[in-house]
Write a protein that binds this ligand. Structure first.
Ligand SMILES: *Cc1c(COP(=O)(O)O)cnc(C)c1O
Length: 232
C-alpha cells in the first residue's frame, strides 16, 4: 500500500476514535483531505483508497487539477478552504461544492450573484478570525453576528457552518470552543476546525469537518506555484 493510503487509513481511524471517545458517531465527522500543492500522482492513491472529500486553497490550482480527476471520480466533493478574491467568485462557484472561506460582504455579494447566475449553489461556511489576527482572513468574533445577518437577510445566502484557523502560537482548544459557541448561538450545524496537529481536540469540541493535509500527504516541501494568488 502507498504511504498516502497508509496515512489516510491511520487518519480515518484516529478521526473515528476521537469521535467515539466523546460519544459521537464517527460518521458525524467529515475528513477533508487537504491536497493543496500536491500533484495528481500524490492525490490518486487517496482517491483509489476511497477518499472523496478534498480541500484546496487556490482556485487556479484546483482548476488545473480537479476537472480531469473528477471525470474518473465523479462523486468527489471539493472544498475551497483558502482566501477567496471576489473576482474569483464565479470560478469558485463553478468548481467547488463547499466554500469555507466566506469572510466579507463584497464576497457574499459576488457569491450570491454567481449562484443566481449559474444555478449552482455551493454550501457555505463563514470563516471566523477567532484570534483577531490582522494578517489572517475571517470575520472578527465581534462582527460575526452582524455578518451572518447580512449574508442571510441582504444576500439570501444560506450558511451551513463556521470555519476557523487558530493562531499558530496559541493553544487551539479555546478557539475551537469559541467557534462552537458562536455556531450554537446561530443554530449552525457545521463546524470546520482542526488540522493535522490538532484535529483530535477539534473533534472533542464538536468539529463536523476536519481539514487534514500533511498528516495524509506528507510535508509540503514547495509552496504552490500559484501561491501569489494569496493563500494561507
Ligand atoms: C493547509 C491548510 C490545512 C491543512 O493543514 P495541515 O497542517 O497540513 O493539516 C487546513 N486548513 C487550511 C485553511 C489550510 O490552509
Amino acid at each position: 500500500m502507498s504511504d498516502v493510503a497508509t496515512r489516510l487509513l491511520e487518519t480515518q481511524g484516529a478521526v473515528a476514535r476521537s469521535a467515539r471517545d466523546v460519544g459521537r458517531e464517527p460518521s458525524s465527522v467529515t475528513l477533508v483531505a487537504v491536497s493543496k500543492t500536491m500533484p495528481e500522482a500524490v492525490i490518486l492513491p487517496a482517491l483509489d483508497a476511497g477518499q472523496r472529500v478534498f480541500g484546496e486553497n487556490y482556485v487556479q490550482e484546483a482548476k488545473a487539477k480537479w476537472p480531469a480527476l473528477r471525470e474518473r471520480f465523479p462523486d468527489v466533493e471539493l472544498h475551497m478552504i483558502g482566501p477567496l478574491q471576489s473576482n474569483k467568485a464565479r470560478e469558485a462557484v463553478e468548481l467547488f461544492d463547499v466554500i469555507q472561506s466566506l469572510d466579507r460582504e463584497s464576497l457574499a455579494k459576488e457569491l450570491a450573484r454567481e449562484i443566481a447566475r449559474c444555478g449552482r449553489a455551493p454550501r457555505l461556511f463563514v470563516q471566523v478570525n477567532t484570534g483577531d489576527e490582522p494578517q489572517k482572513g475571517g470575520v472578527s468574533p465581534s462582527k460575526i453576528d452582524a455578518f451572518l445577518d447580512t449574508c442571510r437577510v441582504h444576500h439570501g445566502l444560506e450558511i451551513e457552518g463556521l470555519m476557523c484557523i487558530p493562531p499558530a502560537q496559541d493553544q487551539p482548544s479555546p478557539h475551537f470552543g469559541l467557534l462552537a459557541k458562536i455556531a450554537a448561538r446561530h443554530g449552525l450545524s457545521g463546524l470546520s476546525m482542526g488540522m493535522s496537529a490538532d484535529y483530535e481536540a477539534a473533534i472533542q469540541l464538536g468539529a463536523t469537518h476536519v481539514r487534514v493535509g500533511s498528516a495524509i500527504f506528507g510535508a509540503r516541501s514547495t509552496p504552490s506555484p500559484l501561491a501569489g494568488e494569496g493563500g494561507a
